[in-house]
Design a protein around this ligand. Structure first.
Ligand code: FAD
Length: 272
């Protein structure tokens, strides 16, 4: 549980961070809250030779009304999402789910940008941003680009971010219609064995936690709802197109079963 020796650099600006990423390429890793990166380093599953600490870039910590969307700085901590009055009225599912992440210690250190950039299919916030249809803003040496969340998650712990890019902002549409988050776990502070985020913003979108190598949209359920299917019928196809893994908590078949049950509950709650 001791990481390989590494060089530690604390930066005071995004440009300084980008300079280090360009200089060190794949050898460098950004450190935000450290609650996903440090465990990986201790297990030696990540062995960066340079750790670039962006955790004190407080100008990337905000929740703002940006007119047609809500803008969230990538360094915003889970606790600040949980207690944001703006999110409570404009995208309440995000505030609610931030309050379900881990325990208070995790929520006071972990950041939304770190959670998304880590790309763990078992994390809660990526599925919520996926259900909301958010957009991610990344900065690299060539400037800024926006990435629709639907094309952000590319594989297990893999995202569309380049090694020389920093996630700066997450944009989510206002979504004050019906919503639901169903997190199935054994103890309150645990990761989801399976989770479901549902948002009614015009059409109903549904995203799944821990049902494959990336966070996933429940496409078959969404298509069934769009063609007028009843909630029970739409929920029954929730596991179509998924590929959940098995572990000590659940077999793949149990996860598929859970998905159908949790999607039904989520759709019932979303419909009000
Ligand atoms: C005990 C425990 C329980 C937890 N329980 C849950 C849970 O129930 N649900 C849940 O969703 N999560 C859970 N987590 C994970 C937690 O939410 C993490 O904080 C989060 O996943 C990562 O955020 P971070 O800021 O700590 O990122 P870090 O660990 O600092 O970084 C994670 C990865 O993202 C990269 N990165 C970070 N910021 C940026 C950026 N701005 N741009 C580009 N790349 C970046 C890093 O280089 C690294 O690869 C838990 C963690 C712990 C330790």
């Amino acid at each position: 549980m001791i990481p390989v020796a590494f060089d530690y650099q604390r930066v005071t600006s995004v440009d300084e961070a980008l300079g280090l990423l360009v200089a060190h390429g794949d050898e460098a890793k950004l450190l935000a809250g450290g609650h996903s990166l440090l465990p990986l380093m201790k297990l030696r599953l990540a062995v960066p030779s340079v750790v670039v600490d962006v955790g004190r870039l407080r100008d990337l910590s905000y929740v703002r009304d940006a007119g047609d969307h809500i803008a969230i700085g990538a360094l915003t901590r889970h606790r600040d999402l949980e207690t944001s009055e703006l999110l409570a009225t404009q995208a309440p599912i995000l505030a609610h789910v931030a309050g379900l992440v881990g325990d208070p210690q995790v929520r006071h250190r972990g950041t939304i940008g770190g959670s998304l950039a880590h790309g763990d299919p078992a994390s809660d916030l990526p599925a919520v941003v996926l259900a909301l249809g958010g957009t991610l803003v990344a900065r690299g040496p060539g400037g800024e680009r926006t990435i629709p969340v639907q094309s952000f998650f590319e594989g297990f712990l893999q995202t569309a971010l380049g090694a020389d890019e920093l996630l700066t902002e997450i944009r989510v549409p206002r979504a004050s219609g019906g919503w639901s988050y169903q997190k199935f776990n054994r103890r309150a502070q645990d990761w989801a064995i399976v989770g479901v985020a549902a948002v009614r913003n015009g059409a109903t979108s549904v995203a799944l936690v821990n049902m494959g190598s990336t966070p996933l949209r429940a496409s078959a359920t969404e298509a069934a709802l769009a063609s007028g299917a009843a909630i029970g019928d739409a929920a029954a196809v929730a596991a179509e197109g998924t590929d959940p893994s098995g572990d000590l908590n659940a077999s793949p078949d149990f996860r598929r079963h859970l998905a159908t049950v949790l999607v039904r509950r989520a759709l019932e709650e979303t419909a009000g």
